[in-house]
Design a protein. Structure first.
Lengths: 247, 184, 743
């Protein structure tokens, strides 16, 4: 009988570089930048607000942010399509190999980049190495004055000072759906659940689902719109979020 | 200064001092460990043994275990449904806290014994669905009075069982040893 | 060496220290001593560790989106949209998401309070992370409170009693209306800052002039091919932003049609303008001219007789007045004329000018030219809500001025205020606060310790929206007539009481016609009576055999709606034969800059006390937690102003000081600032943050009585101070200077 000590690294099939499982398609053409996803993410994932001063230092903890850039000068100025930026759940993630504590690891089961809070010692190497700048660090214990803590989601760990955090693709919802499906003796259906950001988005600009299933809505959308782009793909990160820019 | 201190430590007297400090620390640690193995004070000296002996199933009072993440503690209305009809409830000193709580509408503050840290997401249902029985983790409650924790619920203990139950199934092994299965 | 601490020694000592600490803290039993209190009696539909979901209606604005709230054991955890609700189809905006930060806000009114006007309702806490309860203690019992209300109702003559109410909820408005009708007290007046900035009176007045019906138009953005928006910020806060955003998404990416285009005419690029395919920075005040010119050019392209409404305008003249090149006008007119689904929307700052009504009429006339009335991608009248016979709009700013004048004249002896914060929202020049001095008794039903509550004699706090019963009529945004239902999703957290319950109980105490007017046991009975009146209606989303079952379904589904399209087509007969005055707007004040206030897309009128809304970056500037003044880079360069320089903005009515955000997409002769901050009360997250543009508003109105909030010119004075803005796109970054000191 196998025990934990018999488990050798070599026996676990490394899936880095393999195709993803969960993925997202974001349509920048219809994203209005309304911040509903940002608020929904914060509410679902117990993200702390940091206050004016710390957010001025760039310490705000948004797991998803909406980027917009300017092109040209007045009067020919143009706002580039809003770009929701979140953890791309890279297949070959630059954050993972630099973590000395193995807190940033790849999930073999869900093909996601995990952040294991109880292992994190706060070196911030991962954030330094993330080309998307989507990791946020708990610089302090950001308190929630009573009774704000009543709103905390019990399915998500409340992080403390000195811990790195980032988008999890709402893994608690993935687990919940899998658990429910298993209890009912079936597979998780496409569209049965979605991430908090996709659920809130009034324009339906975010679609989440199984990219390894060609029949899922994300796969269909990616095929239909055709010219999707993955950010900084040239770095070989194998991101799992596809962007459609416009037109 | 510091060198002199270390030199002093190397003397017989110093070695004794080091020994005393070490022993003191060790005893404190041992005592700390010992206290973690004690059942905490409970508001009511609830005898699991008696209740199980009456043939009451675990899931009667902790129905959440088969339905979701948390097994749950019974509401006092549930206690009262039976105890209301038991003569001894009115007289027994041990049952007085229950009677008081029900009559005054106060909550009973239980101290859970089997808990995991808040960075662990534990789901009872999945374990029941996988064919685990309550006593596999919680011990033979039918022999306990006040609930106690039969084992240290640490990650090694969890993982041992996960690896064991995966057996030769590689896919299951990957799933059951994945960090993201419990930590998010 | 002996005096030095070698690395080896250090490691030895550190190791020993660490081991001791670990032993002493890690193994202690303290970590285990969590206490768990099970329910005394498990509520129905609850399971341990399982979520229960309740359908209700969002109260963050008056649009009436359906919500489903996830609760666990009596705590509200997460807001989701109600997927079956015809208005928002399962979606929410950021403010809907953050509604829980209102429910569990650290500064709420915790019970009935009698206090001296102007007294603080909570201790001042500059630190948002302060953990102390510091709200004012309730100092009355609810019995005393009810008696106070009953006394106020009976002590004064009916015509001396006034009700000022917000745009939500509708059930309370109906209750007060019933009370007023039966007892002769003044009919309740409704107002809200969002309604003021949306210029609702102008929209319905223009519809009346052109189509003969004072109704709220609905613009089917989703079905259109070319949308010309004259200042309408329909992707931010305008009327029903979730519904309009859905429309925008299908304008762009519907499977069944080509990608539609959005052209935005506005002097300052809004978040909506940022999404436009073409942004046309016209000179403020010339929107009506531009609309008429496009109409004329488009008519010429289409051929046939020139409609009267466009006949007198000269496109070349318009081009020079508006600063929009003639070629651009011709190109847009061609696009408009040649499209099969052309639509034009008036809104935002374009209506809040002295000629706002003319803008609305000119733009609606463009739709008449496109002949899109009642067609997909065109203009409809929004469906009237179930059991509603005519469109009721909130009071315009002009009507509010009359109301304030009545207060000043001492016409009101008792004033009840619910769901609105006029001290903050109305232009400071109207001096609502000063007018309150002439009202003998002011009773506020505020949930939060806002500026108006602080000026009241009594605060009898209403529940938060998520603890409340009620309904809200969907004014616009859905093709179905919708009555959106609200129910409590959690038990009231504090000793608050529903305003409807307070009025019903007080009316019973007052006796006489009051008791007869509200012969109900409680709010729920009143609600059931109103809702079950819909039972007989055909074609509803559900039906039931009796009132109890009907009410249960109403709660379960989050409202009742008709399953048939309730939109009607405006009559286009006379729309093109009007005579719309196309004069440019007049601007009050001496300054050299046009001034465009806009509602903050993330905070809106009442979001400032919700910390996560404060920390949401503004979609265009990414500023958090503050107010800023947007200024063109060229202008800033000329004035030697940089990012974060504090300037003084002086209008004819007042002055404010705030930092500059150098904004690339605004006309050089225009400055803009958001509305939503600048609170002097309203809880720790709102107070003392930013400035309120309402302090600058003069008392100017357009022809429909809406406030000409964008009808001013302002002066900019340098102060030499600096106040760094906290921005997501921050140039300060992790290693920067940050905030904290002014230098």
């Amino acid at each position: 009988m196998a025990t934990l000590n018999d488990l050798k690294i070599s026996e676990v099939k490394l899936s880095e570089g393999e195709g993803g499982k969960w993925g997202m398609v974001i349509d920048q053409d219809i994203c209005t930048g309304c911040q509903a996803c940002v608020a929904a993410c914060a509410m679902e994932n117990n993200i702390s607000f940091v206050g004016e001063e710390d957010s001025g230092y760039g310490r705000s903890m948004h797991w998803i942010r909406i980027e917009r850039f300017w092109e040209g000068e007045y009067p020919e100025v143009k706002m580039t399509p809003n770009q929701p930026m979140l953890c791309q759940q890279c297949g070959s993630a630059p954050c993972e190999p630099v973590c000395p504590a193995f807190a940033t690891v790849h999930s073999q089961a869900e093909k996601l980049n995990l952040q294991v809070y109880n292992r994190c010692v706060g070196t911030r190497y991962c954030a330094n190495n993330c080309p998307y700048q989507v990791r946020s660090f708990n610089w302090r214990d950001y308190k929630r004055p009573e009774p704000l803590a009543n709103q905390l989601n019990p399915d998500v760990t409340v992080r403390r000072r000195g811990v790195m955090e980032k988008c999890t693709f709402c893994i608690q919802r993935i687990h919940k759906a899998q658990d429910q499906a298993k209890a009912e003796g079936r597979e998780v259906m496409d569209g049965e659940f979605t991430t908090a950001c996709a659920q809130a988005c009034p324009a339906n600009a975010i679609t989440f689902g199984r990219t390894d299933d060609p029949r899922s809505l994300v796969s269909q959308l990616a095929k239909r719109r055709g010219h999707g782009a993955k950010h900084l793909e040239e770095l070989g990160t194998l991101p799992n979020v596809t962007y459609f820019k416009g037109g | 200064m510091i060198k002199r201190f270390f030199d002093w430590l190397k003397q017989p007297l110093g070695l004794i001092a080091v020994g005393i400090v070490f022993l003191a620390l060790f005893s404190i640690a041992a005592y700390g460990l010992y206290t973690t193995q004690q059942s905490p004070e409970q508001p009511i000296q609830f005898p699991h043994k008696t209740h199980v002996a009456f043939g009451i199933q675990c899931l009667y009072c902790h129905p959440g275990a088969s339905k979701g993440p948390s097994a749950g503690l019974p509401s006092q209305a549930k206690c009262w449904a039976c105890h209301n009809q038991i003569q001894k409830t009115q007289t027994s000193a041990l049952l007085a806290p229950l009677k008081d709580a029900v009559l005054s509408g106060q909550s009973i503050e239980w101290v859970p014994v089997a808990i995991v840290p808040d960075f662990v997401q534990f789901n009872h249902r999945a374990h029941i669905a996988a064919g685990k029985n309550c006593e596999d983790c919680h011990g033979d409650v039918s022999q306990m009075n006040i609930a106690e924790n039969p084992q240290v619920m640490n990650m090694g203990w969890c993982l041992n069982c996960h690896v064991e139950s995966a057996g030769e199934d590689q896919e299951k092994l990957v799933k059951l040893t994945d960090c993201g299965t419990c930590h998010y | 060496m002996s005096e030095k601490f070698s690395r080896r020694d250090f490691l030895k000592l550190a190791g020993m220290g660490a081991a001791t600490t670990a032993v002493l803290t890690g193994c202690g039993p303290a970590s285990r001593y969590v206490k768990r209190e099970p329910y005394q009696q498990m509520p129905e539909y609850n399971y341990n560790g399982q979520s229960t979901y309740y359908a209700t209606t969002c109260r963050e604005c008056a649009a009436g989106c359906g919500l489903v709230i996830r609760t666990i054991q009596g705590r509200a955890i997460k807001t989701e949209g109600n997927a079956n609700h015809p208005l928002n189809l399962g979606k929410t905006c950021a403010r809907g998401q953050a509604t829980l930060h209102g429910l569990y806000n650290p500064n709420r009114v915790r019970g009935p309070i009698k206090h001296a006007r102007g007294d603080r309702l909570y201790a001042k806490a500059n630190d948002p992370f302060n953990d102390n309860f510091d709200d004012a203690e309730p100092n009355m019992s609810w019995d005393e409170a009810l008696q106070t209300v009953a006394d106020a109702l009976t002590k004064y003559k009916p015509e001396e009693i006034g009700f000022l109410m917000g745009m939500a909820p509708d059930h309370l408005f109906d209750l007060v209306t019933d009370l007023a009708n039966a007892t002769g007290i003044n009919a309740p007046v409704r107002f809200g800052a969002l309604g003021m900035f949306e210029s609702r009176a102008t929209l319905s007045k223009a519809a009346e002039t052109l189509f003969g019906e004072a109704r709220m138009p609905f613009f089917d953005v989703g079905g259109a091919q070319v949308v010309l928006s004259f200042g309408a910020n329909f992707l931010e806060t305008w009327l029903s932003p979730v519904s309009y955003t859905r429309g925008f998404a299908s304008l762009r990416q519907a499977e069944t049609k080509m990608r539609g285009k959005l052209v935005q005419f506005e002097a300052r690029m809004s978040a909506t303008g940022g999404k436009a395919d073409e942004w046309v920075p016209l000179r403020p005040g010339t929107e009506a001219l531009v609309a008429l010119a496009i109409g004329r050019l488009a008519s010429e392209i289409r051929g046939g007789a020139m409609p009267r409404v466009f006949s007198s305008v000269d496109p070349i003249d318009v081009a020079s007045k508006s600063g929009v090149k003639l070629e651009a006008l011709e190109h847009i007119a061609a696009m408009f004329a040649n499209s099969t689904g052309a639509l034009a929307i008036p809104g935002g700052a374009a209506l809040g000018q002295s000629n706002g009504l003319a803008v609305a009429e000119a733009v609606l006339a463009l739709n008449a030219l496109a002949d899109n009335f009642g067609k997909p991608g065109g203009v409809y009248f929004s469906p009237l809500a179930p059991s509603q016979t005519e469109y009721q709009r909130p009071a315009s700013a002009k009507e509010m001025q009359d109301f304030v004048q009545k207060m000043k004249d001492g016409k009101f002896k008792a004033l009840f205020i619910h769901g609105v914060n006029p001290v903050f929202e109305l232009p400071a020049s109207m001096d609502f606060k000063g007018a309150l001095a002439n009202v003998e008794q002011v009773i506020s039903f505020a949930t939060f310790p806002d500026e108006t509550a602080a000026e009241a004699d009594f605060i009898f706090p209403d529940h938060h929206g998520l603890e409340s019963w009620g309904y809200q009529r969907v004014v616009t945004g859905s093709d179905l007539p919708v009555l959106s239902g609200a129910q409590p999703v959690v038990a009231p957290y504090y000793d608050t009481r529903a305003a409807a319950d307070v009025l019903i109980s007080a009316a019973q105490l007052a006796g006489g016609s009051f008791a007869q007017a509200l012969p109900f046991k409680d709010e729920v009975e009143f609600l059931r009576g109103k809702v079950s009146a819909l039972m007989g209606e055909a074609n509803g989303s559900f039906s039931a055999m009796d009132a109890v079952a009907f009410m249960a379904s109403f709660q379960q589904f989050g409202g009742w709606w008709k399953m048939s399209d309730g939109r009607t087509a405006p009559s286009a007969a006379d729309a093109l034969n009007q005579n719309v005055k196309g004069d440019a707007a007049e601007f009050a004040g001496e300054g050299e800059f046009f001034f465009i206030p806009f509602v903050s897309p993330t905070l809106a009128e009442a979001g400032a006390n919700k910390p996560w809304l404060q920390e949401l970056p503004d979609p265009t500037t990414t500023v958090m937690w503050n107010t800023w003044l947007e200024m063109n880079p060229e202008t800033a360069h000329e004035l030697h102003i940089e990012y974060d320089d504090v300037v003084r903005v002086v209008s004819e009515a007042g002055a404010v000081e705030l930092p500059v955000y150098v904004y690339p997409a605004i006309r050089p002769d225009t400055v803009a600032m958001p509305f939503g901050q600048g609170h002097t009360a309203y809880g720790r997250y709102a107070e003392g943050r930013g400035v309120n543009p309402a302090d600058l508003f003069g008392g100017h109105f357009n022809e429909a009585g809406d406030l000409a909030f964008a009808g001013m010119k302002v002066k900019i004075e340098k102060t030499g101070k600096k106040r760094p803005l906290s921005r997501l796109e921050s140039m300060m970054g992790v290693y920067g200077v940050g905030l904290g000191e002014e230098h």
